[in-house]
Design a protein around this ligand. Structure first.
Ligand SMILES: Cc1cc2nc3c(=O)[nH]c(=O)nc-3n(C[C@H](O)[C@H](O)[C@H](O)COP(=O)(O)O)c2cc1C
Length: 387
């Protein structure tokens, strides 16, 4: 067993153990992948200020996100097809998050269903909603999330139409994989994944199959989902969904200050500065570069969270210092899951926690509420001056 010291170690192991189709699905951005790359590389442009001879005892990374206690300001992002990265992946990731004390967000496009995850956990998780043309189905998802006692609804706003990822087309991505020659050859080298999958409780989209009329198997499903995302979604519809839900609402996928202001108007409990991990609008600003403009636009009027590009505790610390009340990791936890199942997700959270804790200390801070812009060296013009 290789020694795991950082997120990249988990990624290397994940790559060895997971079918190419699912590795590629995770490890790609749309079109040229510029935004995907810059989401991470822009963090490197920000430096941390080392401070010395400061009492660094009794530290804590604990804080709150939307009023809920969290062991650190990091949640697991909603990731579709998580149960294809590893057998019962959503259940395993949710259990790891619960044990660690951070929120787990279940995607609409998950393999394990809302009910599966509720039955396998003891604390409320968050549910991410894609708005679909079929209003009845959207209402039934909302009701199922209420019945499962989900403590927040995360409405994703940046996927009314799908950004193209070349590899998914070339690989013929599907859940479960189709028995083509290329797939069979690749799967033959992934025996650990295959053995797990044989015992998995589900291999298809658990929130959809059996819950939508006319969708009974994977063949119907591909066609159904491709044409289901609602291109007519607007702020009125967002407000209506918020009302129907009646609980805490997090609006995900905001990268522009004007949209952040609109989110305030509909009364979001939090917004997530996110470009979907560089999977939608290629050429959009990285999340960390967009964050200062959004902080200026919304101030303290709502909680601002951030995802896209986080691969270390230093990245989390930088986002928090720039004003984010919380962050999410997507790929970083998938690497852990694909590498080692539930244990791997725990390792990913552990790595990020340690990195954040020690870096916070070396910046001379002991608690998250002491972390502010003062610990950063941000280059002039980082936020950009655009015409
Ligand atoms: C493989 C994959 C699947 C995703 N599926 C969803 C999804 O179903 N719903 C959603 O709102 N976001 C989805 N996202 C976006 C994540 O929630 C999150 O915004 C993104 O992963 C953050 O970037 P990071 O992976 O660099 O941390 C997905 C991301 C990845 C990598």
């Amino acid at each position: 067993m290789p020694v795991i010291t950082n997120i990249d170690d988990l990624k290397a192991l994940y790559r060895r153990r997971t079918p190419k189709m699912f590795y590629d699905y995770c490890e790609s951005g749309s079109w040229t992948e510029q935004t995907f790359r810059e989401n991470s590389s822009d963090f490197d442009d920000i430096y941390l200020r080392q401070r010395v001879a400061v009492d660094m005892s009794n530290r804590s990374t604990a804080t709150q996100m939307i009023g809920q206690d969290v062991a650190m300001p990091v949640a697991l992002a909603p990731v579709g097809l998580t149960g294809m990265q590893h057998a019962d992946g959503e259940i395993k990731a949710a259990r790891a998050a619960e044990a660690f004390g951070v929120p787990f967000t279940l995607s609409t496009m998950s393999i394990n269903s809302i009910e599966d995850v509720a039955a396998a956990t003891t604390k409320p998780f968050w549910f991410q909603l894609y708005t679909m043309k079929d209003q009845g189905f959207v209402s039934s998802l909302i009701q199922r999330a209420k019945d499962a006692n989900c403590s927040a609804l995360v409405i994703t706003l940046d996927l009314q139409v799908l950004g193209q990822r070349h590899k998914d087309i070339k690989n013929g991505l599907s859940a479960p994989p189709k028995p083509t020659l290329a797939n069979m050859i690749n799967l033959a080298t992934k025996w650990r994944w295959g053995m797990g999958m044989m015992k998995a409780s589900r291999r298809e989209f658990g929130n959809i199959v059996g819950h939508v009329e006319g969708v009974s198997d994977a063949a119907d499903l591909g066609a159904w989902t491709a044409e289901q995302f609602d291109p007519t979604l607007d702020w009125n519809k967002v407000a209506k969904i918020k009302e129907e839900w009646g609980g805490k609402v997090i609006l995900k996928g905001i990268i522009d200050p004007e949209d952040a202001k609109m989110a305030l108007e509909v009364g979001a409990d939090a917004i997530v500065v996110s470009n979907h991990g560089g999977r939608q609008l290629d050429g959009a600003l990285s999340s960390i570069r967009a964050l200062p403009g959004i902080m200026d636009a919304v101030g303290d009027a709502t909680e601002v969270h951030l995802d896209s590009g986080i691969r270390s505790g230093q990245d989390v610390l930088k986002a928090v210092a720039m004003g984010a009340k919380g962050t999410y990791i997507g790929r970083a936890f998938v690497y852990g899951l694909g590498a080692m199942g539930q244990e791997g997700v725990t390792r990913a959270l552990d790595v990020i926690h340690r990195e954040m804790d020690v870096s916070m200390a070396l910046c001379g801070r002991r608690r998250i509420d002491e972390v502010d812009r003062d610990i950063l060296l941000v280059p002039e013009g980082f936020e950009g001056r655009w015409q």
